[in-house]
Write a protein that binds this ligand. Sequence first.
Ligand code: ATP
Ligand code: MG
Length: 468
Amino acid sequence: MTTPSVSDIKEVREITRMERIGAHSHIRGLGIDDSLEPRQVSQGMVGQKKARRAAGLILEMIKEGKIAGRAVLIAGQPGTGKTAIAMGMAQALGQDTPFTSIAGSEIFSLEMSKTEALTQAFRRSIGIRIKEETEIIEGEVVEIQIDRPASGTGAKVGKLTLKTTEMETVYDLGQKMIESLTQEKVQAGDIITIDKATGRITRLGRSFTRARDYDAMGPQTKFVQCPEGELQKRKEVVHTVTLHEIDVINSRTQGFLALFSGDTGEIKSEVRDQINAKVAEWREEGKAEIVPGVLFIDEVHMLDIECFSFLNRALESDMAPVFIMATNRGITRIRGTNYQSPHGIPIDLLDRLLIISTTPYEENEIRQILKIRCEEEDVEMSDEALTVLTKIGKETSLRYSIQLITTANLASKKRKGTEVSIDDIKRVYTLFLDEARSSEFLKEYEQNFLFSEITPTAAGTEKMTVDS
Ligand SMILES: Nc1ncnc2c1ncn2[C@@H]1O[C@H](COP(=O)(O)OP(=O)(O)OP(=O)(O)O)[C@@H](O)[C@H]1O
Ligand SMILES: [Mg+2]
């Protein structure tokens, strides 16, 4: 009888994930304590306390999961942290609560109707927690025996001996099981579970009885008790899927593969009705529970009147998620109409919203945000340089100054400096214009650009507007 030696176990090289740094990658939560009080600097969040406190309250509401279809609008000037707060909420909610984030303009670029795109976004934001009983085998590995075929080729077979405190059983092993045992690096003395339906093996830890046998164990080795009773057990497992995933899997034309390609197309309303009925049935039977999540639509002023009217209705359904929107627009035209409205949102929808407003940052807050961004991007910056950059941030915009961190760091590296100095900041400040200086420049050299006649048109003085 042989137990697999260490050389039998394939070396699995640790894959280090390359984390990319995005605009909000420094945000790890809302930075509020248990009594919903925001800390000045916490979890990557700085200042904006009132809005964060409000967002914290909404978060509580979402976690309780009782209220459906509440809507919140985060409104404020550009660069005041609206998207950052929404990202913080997503982080704070954790993995199990669905959080869907889309930009208002996205729904116009999909190959489906606007209302279908919105419906899908809504259903992506509702989780269904399904409880299932499965049979597992749980025990301590006494011995693994693998027989190699004499010819050297062909399938391996083997035997696995498992025990609990009361019994011991020998199981036959096929090629697949041998592979997964090897992959999980299972050895004698491990406590494992085997899912009978899928054959999946999970290592729970080392048996306490083996604690003294090996001195050469890593500090992370987890010790567990040898299980009691029967080897075979029933265990309740819980999966959370979204309503949208159930829709796609059950939609005959698409099939579940569409989940990977994202090419889901339109889903028939009959399919959705059936699924709603099925889910209601599961809830009655206690097999499933609804986990209302969050739908976040950024740049919500990009939606048009049809979308807004659809949202009004959709919010009234009892399957609706908590709906959060953000916009930086003031009084502006509602898309698809000639009417103006605050934030470009129709009054009847506005009336259903809780509005959180964000305000521009103070100098010391800009400094703290820039400091956090320097850490996030692994940039060493001298104190004086940070002070200058903060001044720039105050005069121009927070975003512009955040951008300068990366470029100034490159400039500093080019001259083989150890940290970003004032000169590096000055250099990139002259190389890259901020919005105000760029407009200044355009005004000065207007005649040299194409379409320069835009500003004073004959038909009134319509200035360049961003949205159509
Ligand atoms: N309170 C904050 N704490 C930490 N970082 C912040 C904070 N506010 C904003 N930031 C960072 O500043 C940058 C700009 O903020 P953000 O994108 O959230 O602005 P916004 O209000 O969504 O602007 P817009 O209206 O233009 O969409 C982002 O990189 C964001 O992560
Ligand atoms: Mg934003």
